[in-house]
Write a protein that binds this ligand. Structure first.
Ligand SMILES: Cc1cc2nc3c(=O)[nH]c(=O)nc-3n(C[C@H](O)[C@H](O)[C@H](O)COP(=O)(O)O)c2cc1C
Length: 147
């Protein structure tokens, strides 16, 4: 018996103080926590970062997604968390990633240019499904490149 899967998509403003080195340290720390906790919580997903913005997809059983997102929202390393989508889904898009990270790709920078231009940090004109598709495309393109 499998519990119903849910997928949550959000974006937020980076609040990490310091330059690229400080950001690398904090993101490494976030990814270490994520990989440890998410495996235990049956969560998979992807995180994308570019200087101003995080975007993340969390997928798993509803209770796990809610508990994890609740914790993430308290994190002072970001703010202005805006949920774009929270929907039931039949299958995971990021089944092989406890938390895939795609911060360094050129495509992710293009993505954030798009978000910043589209929103100025409001949800106006932004669709969760579209952002999810963009993140998924980046993840699979990156995976193809690594293979
Ligand atoms: C943008 C962002 C994404 C995060 N994603 C996750 C995540 O997917 N899973 C997780 O457990 N923690 C995530 N965190 C970190 C949590 O806020 C928290 O620091 C961490 O879960 C603490 O766990 P620990 O005490 O086991 O290190 C994220 C933080 C930020 C700023």
């Amino acid at each position: 018996m499998h519990s119903q899967l849910y997928r949550l998509v959000y974006f937020s403003k980076n609040r990490i103080v310091g330059g690229p080195a400080a950001i690398t340290v904090e993101i490494d720390s976030i990814l270490r926590s994520s990989q440890r906790n998410n495996t235990r919580m049956d969560i998979t997903g992807a995180l994308i970062f570019n200087t101003g913005i995080f975007a993340q997809v969390l997928e798993g059983p509803r209770d796990s997604v809610e508990a994890t997102f609740e914790k993430i929202q308290q994190d002072v390393r970001h703010s202005d968390v805006q949920v774009l989508a929270f929907d039931a889904t039949d299958q995971r898009a990021f089944a092989r990633w406890s938390m895939g990270y795609f911060g360094r790709s050129r495509e992710s920078q293009d993505l954030f240019g798009h978000i910043a231009a589209a929103t100025g940090f409001t949800t106006a004109g932004l669709e969760g499904a579209r952002i999810f598709e963009i993140i998924r495309d980046i993840a699979f393109e990156e995976e193809g490149r690594a293979a």
